[in-house]
Design a protein around this ligand. Structure first.
Ligand SMILES: [Zn+2]
Length: 91
C-alpha cells in the first residue's frame, strides 16, 4: 500500500508541474521552482534577457539631472576648468 502512495507522488498532477522552472535565485538561496514564462522567468522574477525597455527609452526622463550625458559633460567641464587654472598657476 505504501508503494502506491510513493508512485503517485512522482506523477505530476497539473500542467505547471511539467513546465520549465524559473530558476532565479530566491532570498533563501535556492532556485525558484515557479513555472517560467516564454522569456524564462516566472511572474515574480523579471530581468530575463530581452525584457525591459529598449535602449534609449526616454519615457521616464523628467529633467535629465542624473543622466549619463550631463554627468559626462560636467566631468569634462571640471577637467577643463582645472586644466586652465593649473596652466595659469592659480592652483
Ligand atoms: Zn521565479
Amino acid at each position: 500500500m505504501k508503494q502506491k502512495v510513493e508512485e503517485q507522488a512522482h506523477v505530476p498532477a497539473f500542467a505547471f508541474q511539467l513546465a520549465k522552472k524559473c530558476g532565479a535565485k530566491t532570498r533563501r538561496g535556492t532556485l525558484c521552482q515557479g513555472p517560467a514564462t516564454e522569456k524564462g522567468r516566472c511572474r515574480f522574477h523579471g530581468g530575463a534577457k530581452g525584457s525591459g525597455a529598449p535602449k534609449g527609452n526616454q519615457n521616464a526622463l523628467k529633467h535629465g539631472l542624473y543622466s549619463h550625458s550631463l554627468k559626462n559633460h560636467l566631468y569634462e567641464s571640471k577637467k577643463l576648468l582645472k586644466f586652465s587654472l593649473c596652466s595659469k598657476g592659480e592652483i
